[in-house]
Design a protein around this ligand. Structure first.
Ligand SMILES: *[C@@H]1O[C@H](CO)[C@@H](O)[C@H](O)[C@H]1NC(C)=O
Ligand SMILES: *[C@@H]1O[C@H](CO)[C@@H](O)[C@H](O)[C@H]1NC(C)=O
Ligand SMILES: *[C@@H]1O[C@H](CO)[C@@H](O)[C@H](O)[C@H]1NC(C)=O
Length: 479
């Protein structure tokens, strides 16, 4: 009996000495004792300034009160904590100063802290992925110290984590004494995290509000660079989240030709890093936030079925997001341009094809032109998988510029080839009486009418025009 107890005690001691070498046990035991010496914190916390957005000139050192005054930490302003992801080069990537600069532009008095965990972030991916736990612990201990030592409110803290950094931010948020204000996850890493339990990845419990941008989730679950499942209160999937416009090889070559190799790292991880640039855009273009719309799927969104703003169904993407905490995490979608400013203007278009003869055509291309009070956007191409007599079709189109209030819509039915004899001789066509358009950004519904009561849309022929006949807001009947 006694022998056994001894062994248990010995094992226990052994176990304890093993675990104290890891951060968790150290953090919790030190929190109890209240005299953490912080010696084992490897991550570094650089306070950048609007004058020096690129270099880490001044470090806040946990346990060293003077470092905080020495770096001119402003105790009455909010604090952003930027956490980078995996790195091949062991250096900060070019987006870091861009994000820091944009944060200062928007919030000039804020404290912007860059967490340096570069040495742990340049290991083999699975090793670096494992380090997100200790990095999160480092950040949490630092933040807890800052708040205890100076009474700095955790409600003033916003973490921004990219890729692996998003999960480090999540771990950190789960270990702070009280919940911090917000975590923004910028395309949180997928491999090793897609199926991980909430405590080891970013999750909605990690802050008062967690918003996530998913920009590179192409591939099978667990394999894609970005995590596919929603992990925040609001999860936004720009352009469906798989892949971003302007990020294919052809675009990359074009960009190298025009801009040189300077931002090479950006090209390689174009879609992954787009999450950061979308956020930067939201900081810089304050007056025009892009809107994202709640939707059950990318497919439903592409049919234009989700452009509603009722009951918090739409939200601003990025910095000015409304802190909506639904019971279930909600997926939101939007389209963007391929470069800054990323904002586009979304429209749902509904067409009903009339005819006495039953006609069905598949994979037909329509060209839509929208004319508004400010500008026009012509020949927006849309492929309809099917066109049949007496059926209504709904689809999404978007313009890259604000064309103002809609006045007129033109529709053209493209022929299958440049010159098609079958289109020339046959008179394949449908009648269209009205076109219904709903604008996502203004939430206005407008009905456009044919000038001849019914216009005939013929394949391969001239566009047909429809004039605004009434605003749906004036008419109670639902569209
Ligand atoms: C600290 O920030 C506040 C706004 O949060 C600002 O009014 C004040 O001037 C700042 N102090 C210093 C020393 O920059
Ligand atoms: C389409 O509907 C109209 C009006 O209801 C009808 O007259 C016409 O025969 C229908 N066409 C076909 C092909 O069913
Ligand atoms: C317009 O067409 C519809 C359907 O063919 C018809 O019922 C209606 O009377 C027409 N209206 C006018 C003003 O010609």
């Amino acid at each position: 009996m006694e022998g056994k107890a001894l062994i248990l005690v010995a094992l226990g001691l052994c176990f304890q000495s093993l675990t104290t070498s890891t951060g968790v046990a150290a953090a919790s035991s030190n929190r109890r004792r209240g005299n953490d010496n912080f010696k084992d914190i490897e991550s570094k916390f650089a306070l950048r300034t609007p004058e020096e957005i690129t270099e880490d000139r001044c470090h806040l050192v946990p346990g060293d009160i003077n470092s905080v005054a020495g770096c001119n930490f402003n105790h009455s302003s909010k604090t952003f904590v930027v956490i980078h992801g995996w790195t091949v080069t062991g250096m900060y990537e070019s987006w870091v100063p861009k994000l820091v600069g944009a944060l200062f532009k928007r919030e000039p008095d804020s404290n912007v802290i860059v967490v340096d965990w570069l040495s742990r972030a340049q290991q083999h991916y699975p090793v670096s992925a494992g380090y997100t736990k200790v990095v999160g612990q480092d950040v949490a201990r630092f933040i807890n110290w800052l708040s205890e030592q100076f009474n700095y409110p955790l409600d003033n803290i916003h973490f921004l984590g990219y890729s692996l950094g998003a999960h480090a931010a999540g771990v950190a948020g789960s270990l702070t004494n009280k919940k911090i204000n917000r975590i923004t996850g910028l395309d949180p890493a997928g491999p090793n995290f897609e199926y991980a339990e909430a405590p080891s990845r970013l999750s909605p419990d990690d802050a008062d509000f967690v918003d996530v941008l998913h920009t590179f989730t192409r591939g099978s679950p667990g394999r894609s660079i970005g995590i596919q499942k929603p992990v925040g209160h609001v999860d936004i999937y720009p352009n469906g989240g798989f892949f971003q416009p302007g990020c294919n090889l052809f675009d990359a070559i074009n960009q190298i030709a025009t801009k040189g190799l300077g931002d090479m790292d950006q090209l390689v991880k174009c879609s992954h890093e787009r999450s950061i640039h979308l956020f930067i855009d939201s900081l810089l273009n304050e007056e025009n936030p892009s809107k994202a719309y709640r939707c059950s799927s990318k497919e439903a969104f592409d049919k234009g079925l989700c452009l509603s703003c009722k009951k918090n169904r739409c939200n601003n993407m990025g910095y000015e997001i409304n802190k909506v905490r639904a019971k279930r995490s909600s997926k939101m979608y939007l389209k963007t341009r391929s470069q800054m400013p990323y904002k586009v203007f979304h429209y749902q278009v509904k067409l009903h094809f009339l005819g006495t003869e039953s006609v069905t055509q598949i994979n037909q291309v329509l060209l839509l032109s929208l004319y508004g009070t400010i500008a026009e956007s012509e020949d927006i191409s849309i492929t309809l998988p099917e066109m049949s007599t007496n059926k209504t079709y709904s689809f999404l189109i978007y313009t890259e510029i604000d064309i103002g209030e809609l006045l007129m819509v033109k529709v053209q039915w493209k022929s299958d080839s440049f010159f098609s004899w079958s289109d020339w001789w046959s008179s394949t066509g449908f009648g269209i009486q009205k076109i219904r358009v709903k604008a996502g950004e203004t939430q206005k519904k407008v009905v456009f009418c044919s000038r001849e009561n019914i216009s005939h849309l013929k394949k391969g022929k001239d566009p047909v025009a429809f004039m605004k006949c009434y605003d749906k807001s004036l008419n109670k009947k639902d569209v």
